[in-house]
Design a protein around this ligand. Structure first.
Ligand SMILES: [Fe+2]
Length: 218
């Protein structure tokens, strides 16, 4: 029955559908459904570049401010106990970090082979530096960034980029889903989808100061 109705359709109408299906499977457009496959770590900065960046940030001490979470429902900002500090300092290595992020984002998307349909991301935000002194942390959250959209930029953060700048601290583990610890060494960045499927946190730093940076692609 099915075969006979297919026979009634002109051949030239059937072919494009068959070709499209084959193309989809050849190109790997069927997504990997393992949620952990989308956490990817890349080495992007040298030891010297990290040291230079941390030194520059130490000199910008006064620019760091206590981090605040924005509650869009209440329209309020809130810092929790042990909250980290953040700064958008203009330091010499910032352009270099932005350039490495750009190149690595392209690599991430290529590796996941999403080019066939993931076509409309527009850019990534200016790097924000995160500083975790001893006894500070970032509590479990997913990224829902309001401040980056100013009327000209439109979209949602699709990917988060987290970079580590030093190793000389204790504690401060990056943890996903309240259980998976991701080791991020100085010079490495992690790219991951930043929506509600990927809640993450930075545990309390127990010794030293942890420096990192973050950017969001939309
Ligand atoms: Fe986050």
């Amino acid at each position: 029955m099915f075969g006979s109705s297919l026979n009634q359709i002109p051949k030239e109408l059937i072919l494009p559908i068959v070709q499209r299906l084959r193309l989809a499977s050849d190109k790997g457009y069927i997504m990997d459904r393992n949620i952990e496959s989308y956490l990817k770590v890349y080495q992007v900065l040298s030891e010297e570049e990290c040291i230079k960046t941390v030194k520059a940030l130490e000199e910008k001490d006064s620019e760091f401010q206590t981090h605040q979470f924005y509650n869009s429902t209440a329209g309020t900002y809130h810092s929790y106990e042990h909250e980290l500090s953040v700064a958008y300092s203009q330091i010499e290595t910032k352009d270099l970090i932005m350039e490495r992020i750009w190149n690595t984002l392209k690599k991430y998307i290529e590796e996941l082979d999403m080019k066939g349909w993931f076509v409309s991301w527009d850019g990534f935000s200016e790097v924000r530096f995160n500083r975790y002194h001893t006894d500070t942390q970032m509590k479990l959250h997913c990224d829902h960034i309001h401040s980056m959209f100013d009327g000209q930029r439109k979209g949602i953060p699709t990917l988060s980029i987290l970079g580590s700048l030093n190793n000389d601290y204790k504690g401060g583990e990056l943890v996903f889903w309240d259980e998976k610890v991701v080791e991020l060494k100085a010079g490495e960045i992690m790219i991951f989808p930043s929506n509600f499927l990927y809640p993450h946190e930075v545990k309390l730093v127990t010794e030293g100061t942890r420096y990192s940076f973050v950017s969001w692609a939309w």
